[in-house]
Design a protein around this ligand. Sequence first.
Ligand SMILES: [Zn+2]
Length: 135
Amino acid sequence: MIAVAKDLAGVRQAAIELLKEPMISAQIEKTRRQAEGAANKDRILEGLPLLHPMASGYYVRAAYGFWLDSSLDLVPASPGALTADDLELLRVVNQARDEFRRDHEQCPRCAHWLERGGVVCDHCGHQFQRGDQCQ
Ligand SMILES: [Zn+2]
């Protein structure tokens, strides 16, 4: 049995994957559409990335961390209300969010997240200009 709550590196990785999920889902859908009718369809589909390659507990813990973080934006916690594990989890999910934002940028037209340095939004087709890549 994996002690997910104590494996902060694993929770951090799961948090990053949760942030990437809309991008990966869009990529999977696009690849599936392109594979339709292809002679090597099965081979193409075998190469699709997995959305959640780690144990599900990591994603549950990371999702709880994001929920806790967003809840604290709405209702600040009173001193002592959060455990040391909660505080560590908040630190980990915020690190994950910072890393994600460092490596990705948001389309100014549709707000879809893309790998940093992209030229065209793969969601809406927006052509990036130099000034767009500041988020
Ligand atoms: Zn876009």
